[in-house]
Design a protein around this ligand. Structure first.
Ligand SMILES: NC(=O)c1ccc[n+]([C@@H]2O[C@H](COP(=O)([O-])OP(=O)(O)OC[C@H]3O[C@@H](n4cnc5c(N)ncnc54)[C@H](O)[C@@H]3O)[C@@H](O)[C@H]2O)c1
Length: 351
């Protein structure tokens, strides 16, 4: 997030050597203004362990923004285990790391809870859960909320409904007839495409994996072999649902959509792209808003112990959030990212 303070304003950082793995376990705790810390556990290879620390600091700050924007009473946290390059992650080594993470979390006495991130799965949360109860996103058969992709997709579609209304100049959420390009048809992207198709949207779909053409065929959608063609297609909205960094300074002049909203993390290659999109009249919904459905659902059900219905209502609340942001961005003639950042700061009581 441009301008959002990320360093050195963390409340606390725990760094300890895992008793079993011997690897550094980092837990970065950014801001507990809204509630206890939560955020995924990343197990990744880094050139230096300090790069893992830096990742934890950056990602925990982003989680604070995500929770604040979602109206969840949680603070941004993140755990990272930095493996050296070339480290052989055998099943035994993975288990040792996960137990070390569980110990580190337990030592914090409920101040921080974790879920899956890059390099960890819902099943891994069960292993962490052997050492601590402060864990979410366990598989359904283990008493957890299961795969987060459906709720993430719901949240992105809620954002798209708000965009549909905004494009119509009205208040009624609309997906019927909306022309949408979905780039990336993995667990989340394929679900978004299915939900949009059901709601009557007109779809352009793409993925680097040619086998995903089957999704387009099944939904009767237009298939683009080249993801760049889908990104720059003449549609109302583009949905980035693959990897980050897809919105570059080079691609902005080529875009033909009116809005962009999707689940992919870290969509902007550089922060200035948000301004470039605004100058081209393209509304960009920050990924920390459009991708929040999964974590909202998991935390609501597993940590807050609320019902599925309540969780779904909270996820669908993304629609109202985006509608409000689109309206105030228009009223003030500024980028939606600016209004979103101000909303986050206001909720955190920051200047
Ligand atoms: N799964 C969740 O609940 C969740 C939650 C929040 C954010 N996200 C983010 O959403 C995005 C998608 O997540 P997912 O779980 O569906 O991942 P996934 O790995 O299941 O799917 C990613 C898809 O993108 C495709 N892809 C990769 N590079 C591409 C490119 N350059 N162009 C087009 N397609 C490309 C892959 O072939 C794959 O089909 C990721 O950025 C992820 O971090 C996911």
């Amino acid at each position: 997030m441009s301008g959002f303070p990320q360093w050195p304003d963390h409340e606390a950082v725990l760094i300890r050597t895992g008793a079993r793995s011997g690897l550094p376990v980092v837990i970065a705790m950014h801001s507990s203004v809204l509630g206890p810390f939560a955020g995924g556990c990343r197990i990744w290879r880094y050139p230096r362990w300090q790069d893992g620390l830096e990742d934890a600091l950056r990602l925990s700050a982003a989680m604070t923004a995500k929770f604040a924007a979602a109206g969840l009473a949680r603070g941004g946290g993140k755990s990272v285990v930095a493996m050296p390059e070339g480290y052989e992650l055998t099943p035994a080594a993975k288990r040792a790391i996960l137990l070390d993470v569980g110990d580190a979390i337990e030592s914090l006495d409920g101040r921080y809870a974790t879920g899956p991130d890059v390099g960890t799965s819902p099943q891994d949360m069960v292993v962490i859960g052997e050492q601590t109860s402060h864990v979410f996103c366990k598989p359904a058969e283990e008493g957890g909320s299961g795969d987060s992709s459906p709720a993430t997709a719901e949240g992105s579609v809620a954002a798209l409904s708000a965009i549909g209304a905004w494009l119509d100049g009205g208040d009624s959420p609309r997906l019927d007839g909306l022309r949408v390009a979905v780039v990336g048809l993995g667990s989340v992207g394929a679900r978004i495409a299915a939900l949009l198709s059901e709601a009557g949207a007109e779809l352009v779909l793409s993925d680097i994996d040619a086998a995903k053409k089957a999704v387009a065929d099944r939904l009767g959608a237009r298939w683009c072999e080249d993801p760049h063609e889908a990104l720059t297609a003449d549609v109302d909205v583009v949905v980035p649902a693959a990897l980050g960094g897809v919105l570059t300074e080079e691609i902005v002049p080529e875009l033909r959509c009116r809005a962009i909203a999707g689940p992919a993390n870290n969509q902007l290659a550089v922060p200035q792209v948000a301004d470039a999109l605004h100058e081209r009249g393209i509304a960009w919904v920050p990924d920390y808003i459009a991708s929040a459905g999964g974590v909202i659902h998991a935390i609501t059900v597993e940590l807050d112990k609320r019902t599925e219905e309540e969780a779904l209502l909270r996820v669908r609340g993304i629609e109202d959030t985006v509608a409000g942001l689109l309206q105030s961005a228009d009223d003030r003639g500024v980028a939606l990212a600016v209004v979103a950042e101000e909303m986050v700061r206001a909720r955190l009581g920051a200047r």
